[in-house]
Design a binder for this molecule. Structure first.
Ligand code: ADP
Length: 402
């Protein structure tokens, strides 16, 4: 690069860095980073993979050539992948001839019908740790990656890492504001109740009502605080998932037993498939997911309705999973609400006032299932019922030597 071009190039890097630090919207930020990487390194495509600390896996967070639904399904293991190598070594890596190098990206290419010829990947590092990888793929005009390219992408990646960390902190402070807001409603109700109770002329019958309100609001506070704690721990990656082989049927049966009294109150029957796959899961966290889905299937069911828990094997992304489904005969969820179901604090407006809830349960489920490398989704028809599906990794016993 001649002197003039070099100066123009660095000016552009500074300009992009300034744009990055001004963005708090994580998706918009990630989009800016990949398009900057593609432009500065002069490649056909670029992508960002972020590390999920709970599962120790990398996930595509943004790419110039893979769409969202495809990205969501691609999980890149730390071991045996180029991006994983970059994260664990904390160093850049150039793959000049991808066709002759074995790597996970061949599987990804196959899935998205794209051919990786060559690739430059660099770690995204904040002061304490590596949070992901930026990759520039297929240098244009059949050129090779230069030392200049490596330096440029490293500069971009370090700016990007800081901007991502800032956006995450910003989201966190948003969450705190929302949490405080949610706590205020039951607290105000409790305050109003204590004032009522102090009133000398309060009739005895009214007194009982006030005490019931106080008990309900206290229970709501307890639900809220324990859900807040769970989600905050899951989001910050402070919770680790400890997987071990586990029989699924007894776990489902135990969970059904816990919710049975609640189901009995509404005369709801619960049926469970008589199969017992062995999965590799964190037992207590998965139990929390199953309990949550069952509780919702009761809460949002009609009286005398039913619930089916189905378990069936499934191959997904080349790995073996079990698909566990909780199907109910309840209100169902209208199409326009379905996409929001796993967002924090989201509650369907039509059922909001019928049942007590925090709107955090499904967001917690999503975190836990994804930390296992699984997926969660739903199918639902208004007035007919809903099916919530999760996938859990099957346990594959080591092959016996004989
Ligand atoms: P919560 O039940 O505490 O409000 P969730 O995150 O578990 O929170 O669920 C979010 C919202 O999704 C609920 O408020 C309800 O509107 C809707 N929902 C969840 N499960 C079902 C279901 N099985 N059938 C119909 N609606 C459901």
């Amino acid at each position: 690069m001649d002197y003039q071009t070099l100066i123009a190039h660095y000016k552009r890097i500074i300009e992009i860095s300034q744009q990055l630090t001004a963005t708090y919207d994580l998706t918009a930020l990630l989009r800016k980073i990949v398009s900057a990487a593609k432009e500065l390194i002069n490649t056909e495509a670029a992508a960002i993979l972020l590390l999920d600390e709970a599962s120790g896996q990398l996930r595509f967070a943004m790419s110039t050539n893979i769409n969202f639904s495809e990205m969501e399904e691609i999980i890149v293991p730390l071991e045996g992948s180029i991006a994983g190598w970059i994260v664990t070594h904390g160093e850049p890596r150039v793959i000049e001839n991808a066709r002759q190098t074995s790597g996970h990206f061949q599987g990804v290419d196959h899935r998205i019908s794209f051919e990786t010829r060559n690739l430059l990947g660099v770690p995204m590092r904040t002061h304490q740790r590596v949070i992901g990888v930026v990759q520039a793929v297929n240098k244009r005009s059949n050129l090779s990656f230069t030392d200049e390219d490596i330096m440029t992408l490293q500069t971009l990646a370090s700016q990007a890492a800081i901007a991502i960390e800032n956006a995450r902190l910003f989201q966190q402070s948003d969450f705190i504001a929302e949490m405080v807001h949610e706590l205020r409603t039951p607290l105000s109700a409790l305050k109003a109740s204590t004032i009522l109770l102090q009133h000398p002329n309060l009739p005895e019958s009214k007194r009982a009502d006030v005490i019931t309100t106080m008990r309900n609001e206290t229970e709501r506070l307890i639900d809220l605080t324990s859900d807040f704690l769970d989600i905050a721990r899951l989001e910050s990656g402070r919770i680790s998932i400890n997987v071990a082989p586990c029989e699924l049927y007894p776990l489902v049966a135990e969970s059904v037993e816990i919710v049975q009294p609640q189901a009995n109150q509404k005369h709801i029957n619960i049926y469970v498939d008589d199969v017992n796959p062995i999965v590799r899961i964190d037992r207590s966290k998965t139990k929390q997911v199953i309990l949550n889905l069952l509780t919702n299937a009761i809460k949002y069911n009609r009286p005398k309705g039913s619930i089916h828990v189905r378990m069936q094997p499934l191959e997904d992304n080349g790995d073996d999973f079990v698909q566990l489904t909780v199907a109910d005969t309840g209100y169902g969820i209208a199409k326009e609400h379905q996409k929001n179901m796993f967002q924090k604090f989201y509650r369907v407006p039509t059922t909001e006032n019928i049942e007590r809830g925090t709107g955090l349960g499904l967001a917690i489920c999503k975190h836990i299932v994804e930390a296992h490398g699984g997926r969660i989704w739903l199918e639902s028809q208004e007035g007919v019922g809903s099916e919530f599906h999760i996938t859990l990794p099957l346990h594959r016993p080591p092959a016996e030597d004989n």
